[in-house]
Design a protein around this ligand. Sequence first.
Ligand code: ATP
Ligand code: DP6
Length: 421
Amino acid sequence: MAGEMNKWILMVTTRAPTNIAVIKYWGKRDEKLILPINDSISVTLDLNHLSATTTVAVSPSFEEDRMWLNGKEIPLSGGRYQNCLREIRSRAGDFKDEKRGIHIKKEDWCKLHFHIASYNNFPTAAGLASSAAGFACLVFSLAKLMNVNDDLSQLSAIARQGSGSACRSLYGGFVKWAMGNDLNGSDSVAIQLARETHWSDLVIIIAVVSSRQKETSSTTGMRESVETSTLLQHRAQVLVPGRILQMEDAIRNRDFSSFARLTCVDSNQFHAICLDTNPPIFYMNDTSHKLINLVERWNRHEGTPQVAYTFDAGPNAVMIAKDQKAATHLLQRLLFYFPPPPENEMSSYVLGDKTILQEAGIQSLNDIKALRPPPEVNNEASTRRYPGDVSYFICTRPGKGALVLEEEDEALIDTQTGLPK
Ligand SMILES: Nc1ncnc2c1ncn2[C@@H]1O[C@H](COP(=O)(O)OP(=O)(O)OP(=O)(O)O)[C@@H](O)[C@H]1O
Ligand SMILES: C[C@@](O)(CCOP(=O)(O)OP(=O)(O)O)CC(=O)O
C-alpha cells in the first residue's frame, strides 16, 4: 500500500432518499439475508426533504471501524452493519491517486478501517423510513469510495441486508423490489420501474402524527406476523402477485384512480395483518383513522380519487395527491382539521415544498383559523377541529435516487482529524 507513511485520508459523501411503499413488504422468508415473502413497490421521496447524508472516510491511521449517526457515536457491531461492510469490502476494486501517491489494491481494503458519519434531515426511527435512506446511503458511499463496479441493482442486494426497504432507496422514481427465488438472495434486488420525471404531477404530503420512537419495530412486527397471521400468507401468496402487476400498469399509464385504489387497499390490508398478528400490533392511532376518513370522504364526494394514503409501521400518513391542485385542496382540508397548537410557528408546521402552501393562500396562522369546513361534510361532528394532533406536515414529491456530493464542504468528516466535523 503505497503512501502509507503520509497518513492520508480519503473520503466520499453521498445522499440517499427515503421511499414509501405503495405495495408493502411485510414478512421475511430468510431473516439473516433479509429475503421477503412478496414483491413490493415504492415511490422515492425528494432528497431535499427526506434523506440521509453519509460521509465514509478511510485512512491507514484509523484503528477500527467507527460510525456516528446524527452526531452520536453508535456501535457498528450489529449484524446488519457488519453484513453490509463485509459484502462491500469483498467487491472492492483497485484505487489509485497518483498525485497524492495513494494506491490501494483491492485485497488491501480489508486491512483498512472506516470512519462513517451520517445525518438524517428528518426524525430517525419514527416510521419515516430512516433505516431505508440510511443503509442505502451507507452502501452507496462505501461502493463509491472502494471503486466497486457493481450496478445499482447488485448494490441493492447489499443495502437489502442492512434493512429490506433500503434496497428500494438507491433509485429515484418508482421502484420494485423483486422477492427473487435464489436461496442466497442474489436475485432479491430492486429495479427502477420509472424515473421520477415519468409522473411528475404527483405531490406527496406527510402528516407526522408522532415522531416518538415506536413500540414494535418493523423487524419484530413482521416476524410476529409471519409466525401468527394467516391473513399474511393469503396476502403474500394470493393477492400481492396480481396487485403488483396492476400497480406496474397503473404507474406505466399514469392511471391515478388505479394507483390510489391499490395503494389504499394495500396499506389497509397491511394494517389488517398487524391486527391479525398475535398479540395484535397497532401502528395507526385515532389521528391516523381521522386522516383516512378525511381522504375517503373527499374522494367519494369527488367521484374519482384525488388522493391516495398509505401508512408504514407507525401512525404517520403519507398522502399522494394526483396533482398540485389536488394537493392544494388536500392541504386546506388538513390544516382545517389539524391546525397547529396556538404557540406554534407556521414555518415549523408545514415543511418541505412551500409552493403548495402558497397556492392554498395560507400565509399565517390567521389564514388557518379562517379556513371553512370542506364542502363534503354533512354533519356537525365532521367539522370538529383537532389542534395539536399532528406534529407537522412535510410537502414533497417523487424524487431522484442516491447521488454523490462533490463539494468538500458537504462532507461530514474533517479531512485533517478524520472525525465528525
Ligand atoms: N443515516 C443512517 N445511517 C445508517 N443507519 C441508519 C441511519 N438512519 C437510521 N439508521 C438505522 O436505522 C435504525 C432505525 O430504523 P427503524 O426501522 O427503527 O426506524 P425507521 O426506519 O425510521 O422506521 P420504519 O422502518 O418503520 O419506517 C437506526 O437505529 C439505525 O440503526
Ligand atoms: C412497513 C414497511 O415500511 C416495512 C419496512 O420494513 P424494514 O425495511 O424497516 O424492515 P427490515 O427489513 O427488518 O429492516 C413496508 C415497506 O417499506 O415496504
